[in-house]
Design a binder for this molecule. Sequence first.
Ligand code: CTP
Ligand code: CA
Length: 227
Amino acid sequence: ALLAPKAGPLTGRRIIVTSGPTHEPIDPVRYIANRSSGKQGHALAGALARLGADVHLVSGPVTIPDPQGVKTLHVETAREMQAAVESLLPADAAIFVAAVADWRTESEAGQKIKKIAGEGPPALQMVENPDILAGVGHHKKRPYLVVGFAAETREVEQNATFKLKKKGADFIVANDVSHEGGVMGGDRNRVAIVSKDGIDRWPDLTKEETAERLANLIAERLRTVTV
Ligand code: CTP
Ligand code: CA
């Protein structure tokens, strides 16, 4: 009874957030994955919930706890993440923080692949995973607000601007993961918000602070919208 949601600027808004990596199995003991702790996505889900939103978090495999006040679905692969996100539509906003593996092996070996003397490493046949953000950005049930993230090591803002258009997003949160200190797994980052209106460069912040600023920006964008 003490957990009744507080009213806030996002009360009544349904928001989907993806977070964490995806794991693409190679065989029963091995997988392909991106580096991601889930800290930024989980922090954003929590911050949106504190503003009153009905938050549905779709999380890949992470070691951090589910955020409070959020409904969390746990998935492993990109295809499972896509199915979970689509099952949660329609929504007012969808925010794609997950580091989705771009490729998976064409099929998962049913048995552990063994090293065989003289044969060398297995040639893994890779296929591309679905782009979950682009699918939602061009969906017939497209949420009013669609936000992507872009982790880049070079030409951060140009790459983010390109992704904005390609994926049908309203803005891209661009993150330079090569910057000193280490974004991956760390507690701080520095992002730039790339939209059709230009580029807004934010200072170096903790991931919690970045999450709160993003949640406020999302609330501002949804404020005047009746969906
Ligand atoms: N994304 C997604 N599904 C994928 C790949 C990416 O939803 N299969 C989303 C991410 O969650 C992120 C955005 O798209 O919000 C950008 O991801 P990123 O990996 O930077 O973009 P890619 O298009 O995969 O380009 P590349 O990895 O070549 O830079
Ligand atoms: Ca990628």
